[in-house]
Design a protein around this ligand. Structure first.
Ligand code: FE
Length: 228
């Protein structure tokens, strides 16, 4: 498993429960201002490139070659990362976080949640929150926030948009995940081929999604979670 090297601020946020407003925007004077100033520069060209353009040489996480084919790599246990400053408790239970008015390229992410023994986990909870395609979070409501539950085969389907970048952060989707009655793990998913990955200190290649389809109209991707 890759080592997780966190910046000082992010490491402190972990120790302190992730409450630091600097956890995701180190060096930014104001997260709100920083996001708004960045929005104009974030457009579809910043969307992750196709997987064929990725040169990361990453050891593949638990992935499947095609959507809907669940494979489990027992060595690909999820890597916990900082919660960051934008989590809101109490998001509605739903698989679809976006609608026609949501800014961003549509993204359909599918996968399976496995336990440490690579057994599918029915009823696992996946609490998702993310920025829209312009790098903006909804911090007053629940846009692009929702709680998914895996089906009897441990599968989930998330319908959302590709998140935009914002200061100090590459494209990412926040996740809190747990098996029924089990501990909650906090992590983030990342996008292969994004040039912003290399400058993001929270980025972890172990949490790269696998892109199965990437067009201007939509992206389809896969990520299989393996719980510790
Ligand atoms: Fe974030």
């Amino acid at each position: 498993m890759p080592m997780v090297i966190l910046p000082v601020a992010a490491a402190a946020a972990l120790v302190m429960g992730g409450c630091s407003t600097d956890a995701e925007s180190t060096g930014a004077a104001s997260a709100t201002a920083a996001e708004s100033t960045t929005a104009a520069s974030v457009a579809s060209p910043t969307a992750p490139a196709s997987p064929s353009s990725s040169t990361s040489g990453v050891t593949a996480p638990a992935t499947s070659p095609t959507a809907g084919t669940a494979t489990c790599d027992p060595g690909a246990t999820l890597v916990e990362t900082t919660e960051g400053p934008y989590y809101t408790d109490g998001a509605p239970s739903r698989d679809t976080l976006s609608d026609a008015d949501t800014v961003g390229t549509p993204l359909i992410l599918t996968g399976t949640v496995f336990d440490a023994a690579c057994q599918p986990v029915p009823g696992a909870t996946i609490d998702v929150w993310q920025a829209d395609g312009a790098g903006e979070y909804d911090n007053s409501g629940y846009n692009l926030r929702g709680v998914l539950t895996t089906d009897a085969q441990g599968r989930y389907t998330l319908t959302t948009v590709i998140p935009g970048i914002y200061p100090s952060r590459t494209e990412h989707i926040h996740i809190k995940i747990n098996a029924p009655g089990g501990p909650v793990y906090t992590t983030q998913l990342f996008f292969p081929g994004s040039t912003a990955n290399e400058d993001d200190r929270i980025y972890d290649e172990a949490m790269l999604i696998t892109v199965d389809e990437d067009s201007p109209e939509q992206m389809r991707a896969t990520f299989n979670f393996v719980l510790p």
